[in-house]
Design a protein around this ligand. Structure first.
Ligand code: PEP
Ligand code: MG
Length: 915
């Protein structure tokens, strides 16, 4: 005979599909010896059978099996279902394999009727308790099983309260409640056309059918659609029938909820609250204020002791912090429900470490119970969750963390107010450019109204660990007027704003933030992670400060130093501009000669900071026009200067006129000192030269244009200077006896010929530097793989390169032909919403497309050079799912912005540990 019904003592606690999550758990708790009120589960198979049958019939023999199980429960409790003297009352709950909160309400006190009610009153000696239980049952049964709206009952209930002049339910007497029961029975009859069922088995059968029907109810169907719950995840609902226990049977009864450890701090101590002489719903409804669980020790010491034992049993079995519900009925403790406790990241980290020390968990289990993404909570300031505030605009969460400051609209002002005057500022721009870098240094955070997660603002902010909201398109910035507009509101320079780079929200005013802390427990977790991980985690870092931070976060080297960031510092930009506008090779060389010592010292400091870990320096990548102001800016500047020139001329005229007037106006013959007109003319001609150069360098598609290695081949002196700076810096370190491991890599490569060309520069310069310094140099030479042809020709590239580094930002752009600057604000959200693309490929590595190219490149590269070291340095290098892909593709390392390093370390361990 098909088994449809399972007692808590026999059901398989692991079979959630058959018994539902709640049912399986009740079975498991029973079988590990917890005091669960006796009961049974009707399987999801019975539900499916019922729903599939014509005119909804319960499976044959189901009610027979229910009756058999009920007899077992009767034996265990000493009560009888429907017994007028000592009645057994039960609760009926739904429960599918996936938790679906609110799918169906619970029916309590089932089994009460006009006769058993008297038995219950006799047993408890408490008529008020009996009638209260009865009226709750009639209402719940009426609502849940028959669909009678709550209002019908609530109105009558309120009427009685008014008649007897009480405001609180507890003020109602047994007589009042009896009167309410009569009225409720009448409502039931009026609404359904039938009297309230007296037979407890009829009550139960109707309830079982109601639970089964609820699986196809609108609420449940909508919920499954919303959360993509498919039939292979949960199919049908089980019905849990459980003996009622009451926490409201007097001063020796209570009800409560608790966590086995503190979910806020992770402290290894029972945490929760309880109410004496109350039912669970009173705790939820907030009618009375519960007491902290510590107080139970004074009020019910024996129960407190048993609760402590329950806690230990739960953790010993589930090997996880539990969030459980309990009821004490006349001095007996029952556990009604338990589930894995939800907690914040720092509590999860602390409990992981402590549970390993307590031998509850292995290190592997401890690591796997922490979601790497959640670690970010511990590394950045967050908005104080206790403060409710409405965002005024939303952009992309481009670099996590929260920041508060005064709005400023250009980088120079950011520097004046932020650096020079020590104020907290948020740099608000339409979009940022490399020349804004000093504003980044001075700002607490960055807000842009254009650009995506790999836009300049996003990448630079992430590298610096500063919060950034990018592409908040609702904001319009007017730099000239030093204002921004958000709907009808204006943000003026100096107005306080708050940004949350973790969710993209922008707020007016100051919202308090909570500072992060890098705890010893987090360090421990990350050290264990490194022991299990196969991938090495490096950092993208451009300055010695970035490098120090990367070290603090545990980076095992620098996987990408974007040298253009160094060119943008205020002391270098003028020289860089000179180099760009130079008319002759000699003039350019002269500027480069001045840049050489500066770059050498940059590189030396990086090597020193990271020694003996590797430092990978990328030769110049962006199109050089990016170092010059925009064409509009220059046209505007020139117009202003021309205007100034005319004014100075006018003042000269005025000055000579004054001499003539001096007789009539004594003392007015002096005109204030003016700017030398020659200086203005010189400024005009410099700007005109720059404008000419900007126009000459203009490209329709700069990202596909004159950049990367193309630049290095057409302007060899630039790459030569950088290569020399790297090698001389290495020589200086070696001379001091330091162990350093520099690597240089070439961006945007598409053919081995390009690599050979640049390698030629390196070989020549290396020979010279070794000869000049007498030091032996070991700098390695590698290539970025960020264009599709580089993947296709990887075997060829491997003949020239000692390592590959996948630049997946550009490789994603190139593979999809989606602009990395625009796609995230234009069509990608709609693509994602409609599942045309499941994820944003600039955030989650597209393993099927971009990843496939990577695998091919890797295989072809290693076929030629088995020892080829391969890594990734695009933004995906810090993303857990992408890291898992890199692990399985057998890359050697991932490189990501410094603050993502801890996330990546744990993700790398997860990738290695997951089956
Ligand atoms: C890349 O393209 O992935 C990369 C790391 O280079 P960038 O983001 O500087 O273009
Ligand atoms: Mg790139």
């Amino acid at each position: 005979m098909k088994k449809w019904v399972f007692s808590f003592a026999e059901g398989d606690g692991k079979d959630k599909k058959l018994l539902g999550g709640k049912g399986a758990n009740l079975c498991e708790m029973t079988q590990i010896g917890l005091n669960v009120p006796p009961g049974f589960v009707i399987s999801t198979e019975a539900c499916l059978h019922y729903l599939d049958s014509e005119d909804n019939q319960l499976p044959a023999k189901l009610m027979k099996q229910v009756r058999e199980q009920m007899e077992t429960v009767e034996q265990a409790t000493g009560k009888k279902f429907g017994d007028p003297d000592n009645p057994l009352l039960v609760s009926v709950r739904s429960g599918s394999a996936m938790s679906m909160p609110g799918m169906m309400d619970t029916i309590l006190n089932l089994g009460l009727n006009s006769e058993t009610l008297q038995g219950e009153i006799k047993q408890t000696g408490d008529p008020r308790f009996g009638y209260d239980a009865y009226r709750r049952f009639i209402q719940l049964f009426g609502k849940v099983a028959m669909g009678i709206p709550d209002e019908a009952f609530d109105q009558e209930f309120e009427k009685v309260k008014q008649e007897v002049r009480v405001t609180e339910d507890v003020g109602l007497s047994a007589d009042d409640l009896q009167q309410i029961c009569d009225k409720f029975l009448q409502i039931y009859q009026d609404s359904t056309g039938h009297p309230f069922p007296e037979d407890p088995y009829e009550q139960l059968e109707i309830s079982i059918k109601a639970v089964f029907n609820s699986w196809m109810g609108k609420r449940a169907v909508d919920y499954r659609r919303e959360f993509n719950i498919t039939p292979d995840m949960a199919n049908g609902t089980a019905v849990n029938v459980c003996t009622m226990v009451f926490g409201n049977r007097g001063e020796d009864s209570a009800t409560g909820v608790a966590f086995t450890r503190n979910p806020g701090t992770g402290e290894n101590r029972l945490f929760g609250e309880y109410l004496v002489n109350a039912q669970g719903e009173d705790v939820v409804a907030g009618i009375r204020t519960p007491k902290p669980i510590d107080k139970l020790d004074n009020e019910m010491p024996q129960m407190a002791k048993e609760l402590a034992e329950l806690r230990n049993k739960l953790e010993a079995h589930y090997k996880e912090v539990q969030d459980f519900e309990f009821t004490i009925e006349r001095g007996t403790l029952y556990c009604l429900q338990t589930r894995d406790g939800k907690m914040n990241a720092s509590a999860r980290v602390r409990t992981s470490v402590e549970m390993v020390h307590e031998k509850l968990l292995s290190k592997e289990q401890a690591l796997l119970r922490i979601n790497p993404e959640h670690l970010e909570q511990m590394l950045y300031p967050t908005l104080d969750r206790n403060v409710a505030a409405q965002p005024v605009a939303q952009g992309l969460p481009a670099s996590p963390g929260a920041a508060v400051g005064q709005a400023v609209f250009d980088a120079d002002r950011a520097e004046q107010l932020g650096k020079d005057m020590g104020m907290k500022v948020i740099l608000v721009r339409e979009e940022t450019k490399p020349e804004d870098i000093h504003g980044f240094f001075a700002a607490q955070g960055i807000l842009t109204s254009r650009g995506g997660k790999t836009s300049h603002a996003a990448v630079v902010a992430r590298g610096m660990g500063k919060p950034c909201v990018a592409g908040a398109e609702g904001i319009h910035v007017d730099v000239q007027r030093r204002e921004a507009f958000v709907g009808d509101h204006v943000i003026r320079e100096g107005d306080l704003i708050t940004i949350d780079g973790s969710n993209g929200n922008v707020y007016f005013g100051e919202i308090p933030t909570v500072e992060p802390e890098f705890t010893p427990e987090l360090n421990q977790i990350l050290t264990w992670s490194d022991d299990f991980a196969y991938l090495r985690v490096m950092a993208n870092a451009d300055t010695p400060e970035d490098a120090s931070r990367a070290l603090k976060f545990g980076a095992k080297g620098i996987g990408l130093c974007r040298t253009e960031r160094m060119f943008n510092a205020v002391d270098r930009l003028p020289i860089v501009i000179e180099m760009i506008v130079a008319d002759t090779v000699e003039q350019r060389q002269e500027a480069l000669d001045r840049l050489l010592p500066i770059q050498r010292s940059d590189f030396r400091k990086l090597f020193e900071t990271m020694a003996p870990l590797p430092v990978t320096i990328r030769l110049l990548d962006p199109p050089i026009h990016e170092f010059l102001p925009s064409e509009e800016q220059l046209i505007d500047d020139i117009a202003q200067l021309q205007h100034l020139k005319r004014s100075i001329r006018g003042l000269d005229v005025l000055s000579s006129s004054m001499m003539l007037l001096a007789d009539k106006n004594p003392g007015s013959d002096t005109i204030p000192d003016m700017v030398d007109i020659a200086l203005v003319e010189q400024a005009i001609s410099t700007k005109q030269l720059m404008l000419k150069k900007v126009r000459a360098l203009t490209e329709v598609n700069p990202m596909l244009g004159h950049r990367g290695v193309r630049l290095g081949i057409t302007y060899p002196e630039i790459y030569r200077m950088q290569i020399r700076a790297i090698l001389e810096a290495e020589a200086e370190c070696v001379a001091k006896g330091m162990e350093v491991h520099p690597q240089m890599m070439v961006p945007q490569v598409c053919s081995a010929e390009e690599l050979k060309w640049v390698r030629g520069y390196m070989d020549d310069i290396k020979e010279e530097v070794e000869k000049d310094t007498g030091q032996k140099l070991s700098c390695r030479f590698g290539t970025m793989i960020e264009v599709v042809r580089a993947c296709m020709r990887a075997d060829d590239l491997a003949t020239q390169a000692e390592f590959f580094s996948f630049g997946t930002n550009d490789l994603t752009q190139a593979t999809f032909s989606f602009s990395r600057e625009d796609a995230e604000n234009k069509f990608l959200p709609m693509y994602n919403q409609n599942l045309i693309l499941k994820d944003n490929p600039f955030e989650v590595l597209d393993s099927n497309g971009v990843g496939k190219l990577m695998k091919l490149a890797l295989q072809w590269g290693r076929d030629i050079k088995p020892e080829l070291s391969v890594g990734i340095c695009g933004e995906h290098g810090g993303h857990p799912a992408s890291i898992e892909f890199c692990h399985h593709a057998a890359l050697n390392y991932v490189s990501c912005s410094a603050p993502r390093v801890p996330v990546a370390r744990l993700a790398a361990a997860h990738a290695a540990l997951k089956k």
